[in-house]
Every structure is written in structure tokens, then in C-alpha cells.
Ligand binder design. Structure first.
Ligand code: PHE
Length: 335
């Protein structure tokens, strides 16, 4: 009696396991649970058993029937869920593009600047953003009384340690460790105590340039700046130098590029001057050479600064420096 029950159960399981499709479930139901199925016909054979075994067998069959009906319902549920999933999975749909990051516009411009100077024979140097007073001011011939040293302009960590206010300290670091000829640029972040507005940010980015050798002149400086302007903004860009003052260069100048938007005719961007201010430059001051251990009688050199943010703003026609540091993906995705 029990062997019949077990046989039906294991046969049901064997066949159920082999089923791969919803439509194959119905034959399973017919074979086991149908009106002429294995369970029904077993019920019919109860009369063949001795009287005292009939109730027990009937009970066992009933329980098996419930058990298999339950399992059958579960199978239906399983297969329906699978079908549903298959219907949702449309293999003809185009795939989802993975979201990939990109280079920040300032990095793109910094890379471009580096490429240009590398092709002109410059090495790329690096220096710390947390500097000593010596490298940021003292060695650059910036006297104790200079306004840049004021707490109002510089972010100090201690009396002697500060966040560098320009990339010029890298000049000193490189001259201390390397004998001339030196021909280097040093891109990096700098810090100043400024209240943020469209053209000021408490941190921004500069590229320092330094060339030291025997017989270097101001004409070499002009040539390099001109070559850079042409490669960065095109052959028709003009460069002009205006006399200026920096403690670490003598003579000193500020240099401008003709406005790339109006070609020098005058527009809103260049405030009708036709020129865009870029940064400062000049011949290395003898005191700077002395502080860095280079003989000013033998060597001369020039140095220049360059604002990466400023150049990026010109290149992409951006009128607010703060947008670089907000990390708004709608802005960043455009590059
Ligand atoms: N360090 C100067 C500044 O931050 C720029 C500069 C660099 C000027 C090199 C002259 C020579 O404004």
C-alpha cells in the first residue's frame, strides 16, 4: 500500500523536474490529478484491498492528492513568473550605456598646456601645496613687509607654514636640486584668502615657467610666450608685454593676449580693450638666484606665471570661475 503511494509521489517528482515549459504542466496534471489520472484510478482500486486496510489507504491517497495538488499549483506559479520575466526581457532593445567619468575641463587644459611646453623642451616639475615661508616668500625676495604676506591674503597653517599663494616656490625647489640649464614648468593648485565671486576663488591653478642658462634674455621669454599663445589659441593671436613689478623678477612684466573672441576689436569679454590679461613674467632677480644657490654672475633666466583657470575660461567661454569647483555633472558632462 505504501509502496504505491511512494511510487506515485516519486514518479510525479521525476516528471515535474523534467518540465521546462508552462505548456508541459497540463499533461502532468492530467496524468496524476486528472479524472482518469493515477490518483483517481488508485481510489477506484480501494475495493480490491482487504476491508481493514481500505480506510488507511484512502486517507493516505487523500493526503497525497492534497500534497501533489499543492506542488502542482506552485509549479504553475513558478513557470508563470518565468514567462513574465521572459516577456519583459526584450533582447532587441539597445543596451544601457555605462556611465563613464571624464576629465575635468581644468585637467584637459592643464594637459594641453603641458603638451605644448613639453614639445618646446620643458620638463614638468612638482612642488608641495603646503609650503614654508622660505620658499613661498623669503627666497623669492618678497620682503617681510610685503602685503602678500599679510594674514589677510595668505592662508597660514602656522607662523612659518602656509598654503602656497603661487607656484613660484617650485622655482626655488628646482634650482636647489638641479644645476642649469633648467627649462621647466610646474602646474599646480594655489590658495589665497579671497571671497569667492565670478573671477575669484580661494584656490585656483597656475603654471610656473622657469628657464635658466648662460645668456638667457628677455627676448627668449617673449619668444616662448608667443609660441605658447599661437599653439594654444591660434596663429593670429597677438602678445603684448606691459611693465610691471614682482619682487622676484627684474625687469618684470605682465603679458596679455589679443582677445580671442573679437580678434582685438573690443567686446564684452575683453571689456572693450581688445586684450585679455594672462599673468606676470620677468627676468629672474639676482637675489632669487642667490637664495637658490645659483651664481647670478654666470647665469641669467626668465620666469613666468600662467592661470590655468583663466585660460580654460577663455578657451570654453566660461564667465564664472566658481563653476569649475561646483562639480555639477550637467556642466562637467559637456567636456
Ligand atoms: N607668481 C606670480 C603671481 O602669482 C606670477 C609670476 C610668476 C610673475 C613668475 C613673474 C614670474 O602672480
Amino acid at each position: 500500500m505504501n509502496t504505491i503511494i511512494d511510487k506515485i509521489r516519486s514518479e510525479f517528482h521525476r516528471e515535474a523536474n523534467a518540465i521546462k515549459d508552462l505548456k508541459d504542466l497540463e499533461p502532468l496534471r492530467v496524468k496524476f490529478l486528472g479524472r482518469k489520472g493515477l490518483l483517481s484510478t488508485s481510489f477506484d482500486r480501494i475495493s480490491e484491498l482487504p476491508k481493514e486496510q481500505r480506510p488507511l489507504f484512502g486517507k493516505a491517497l487523500n493526503e497525497l492528492k492534497k500534497e501533489l495538488e499543492n506542488e502542482y499549483q506552485n509549479l504553475i506559479k513558478q513557470f508563470k513568473a518565468k514567462e513574465e520575466q521572459k516577456r519583459k526581457l526584450d533582447l532587441t532593445l539597445p543596451g544601457r550605456r555605462p556611465f563613464i567619468g571624464g576629465k575635468h575641463p581644468l585637467l584637459i587644459v592643464a594637459d594641453e598646456i603641458k603638451d605644448i611646453f613639453r614639445s618646446l623642451g620643458f620638463s614638468i616639475e612638482d612642488g608641495p601645496e603646503i609650503e614654508n615661508d622660505f620658499f613661498n616668500f623669503e627666497a623669492l625676495n618678497i620682503p617681510k613687509t610685503h602685503p602678500a604676506r599679510d594674514m589677510q591674503d595668505t592662508l597660514y597653517v602656522t607662523d612659518d607654514i602656509l598654503l602656497r599663494t603661487h607656484t613660484s616656490p617650485v622655482q626655488i625647489r628646482v634650482m636647489q636640486r638641479q644645476k642649469p640649464p633648467i627649462q621647466m614648468i610646474a602646474p599646480g593648485r594655489v590658495y589665497r584668502r579671497d571671497t569667492p565671486d565670478a573671477s575669484h576663488s580661494p584656490f585656483f591653478h597656475q603654471v610656473e615657467g622657469l628657464v635658466v642658462d648662460e645668456g638667457i634674455t628677455f627676448a627668449d621669454l617673449k619668444g616662448i610666450i608667443q609660441a605658447f599663445a599661437h599653439r594654444m589659441f591660434g596663429e593670429d593671436v597677438k602678445v603684448r608685454f606691459r611693465p610691471s613689478f614682482f619682487p622676484f623678477t627684474e625687469p618684470s612684466a605682465e603679458y596679455d593676449f589679443s582677445c580671442v573672441f573679437c580678434k582685438g576689436r573690443g567686446c564684452r569679454v575683453c571689456k572693450n580693450t581688445g586684450w585679455m590679461e594672462i599673468s606676470g613674467a620677468g627676468m629672474v632677480h639676482p637675489n632669487v638666484f642667490k637664495a637658490a644657490g645659483i651664481d647670478p654672475e654666470t647665469y641669467t633666466g626668465y620666469a613666468f606665471g600662467m592661470g590655468i583657470d583663466r585660460i580654460a575660461m577663455i578657451k570654453y567661454n566660461i564667465n564664472d570661475i566658481r563653476i569649475f569647483f561646483e562639480n555639477d555633472v550637467r556642466f562637467l558632462n559637456q567636456f
